[in-house]
Write a protein that binds this ligand. Structure first.
Ligand SMILES: [Zn+2]
Length: 271
């Protein structure tokens, strides 16, 4: 879903954040080719082992890097207060403690990191109503709960290690990453391409998350619909290329609508 969110960034630049600040995924002005990085990672995957503890540390460092390099909304701001209100009482996911922050950036995106950090971008909040936003947050948490993020993080680190960290390539413990290496890891995992199966399962999680926390069961379906609609708007040509890499978004939306319909039917029967 992340790619799908990102592709609206250009189209919405003028309409959303006045500051026009993009999230910092790029180092030294160079765009990171996440696909290439991830492929490079596969080559050294056998040579390097990263245990869960090391991945957890890498997750924490990555989020610290993101928080330090992006404008974080204070709780007193409109964005900060809205997210705080929506996530009140949502403290953990399967025992993993959660923390939430808004980045005041124009990218249409959100991500969840393996350490339980959820980061929502202001431009996404502009687009989505409360239920849709919480469905997307639930979807991102799903990637963490299902360990998709852990694997993406690992691949991203391995890719970075393949290029730079000789120590890691020898199979030693996790090397301390330099600032720029960490940036590359962050870029690769926040832009990770998950499989269709992983996206379906994250959608399910988004749906369950809404039901569990009292949000609209149609939130997941509606948010996916909204993204599909936006891709057909006036600026469609600018997003066409990236959107074509997500041909199944409409199918995902339909699937989530069916799920919500079934849920509502049961609710009506039980009444
Ligand atoms: Zn996803």
């Amino acid at each position: 879903m992340k790619k799908l969110f990102l592709l609206f960034a250009a189209a919405l630049l003028a309409a959303t954040c006045p500051a026009g600040v993009f999230a910092q995924f790029k180092i030294g002005g160079k765009k990171i080719d996440a696909g290439k990085l991830l492929n490079a990672g596969k080559d050294v995957a056998k040579a390097v082992t990263l245990n869960d503890e090391e991945i957890a540390r890498l997750s924490r460092e990555s989020v610290e890097w993101m928080d330090a390099n992006n404008p974080v909304a204070a709780d007193s701001t409109t964005y900060g207060a809205r997210l705080k209100r929506l996530t009140e009482g949502i403290t953990d996911a399967d025992g993993l403690p959660l923390n939430f922050k808004v980045y005041l950036v124009t990218d249409v995106n959100a991500f969840a990191c393996g350490d339980g950090s959820i980061r929502v971008f202001a431009a996404l909040m502009d687009l989505m109503d409360d239920d849709e936003l919480m469905a997307i947050i639930g979807h991102e948490i799903g990637h963490v709960v299902h360990a998709d993020t852990k694997h993406a993080m690992k691949n991203a680190y391995l890719a970075s290690a393949a290029r730079n960290a000789a120590g890691a390539a020898e199979g030693s413990a996790l090397a301390r990453l330099s600032e720029s290496q960490l940036g590359k890891v962050v870029a690769a995992f926040t832009d990770a391409q998950f499989s269709q199966k992983q996206e379906y399962e994250a959608d399910e999680h988004g749906f369950e998350f809404c039901v569990k926390h009292g949000f609209d069961p149609y939130g997941m379906a509606n948010s996916l619909d909204k993204l599909v609609e936006l891709s057909k708007g006036a600026k469609a040509s600018t997003v066409q290329k990236m959107f074509s890499s997500h041909p199944d978004s409409e199918k995902r939306a339909a699937r989530m609508k069916e799920k919500a319909d079934a849920y509502m039917a049961v609710q009506r029967q039980n009444r």
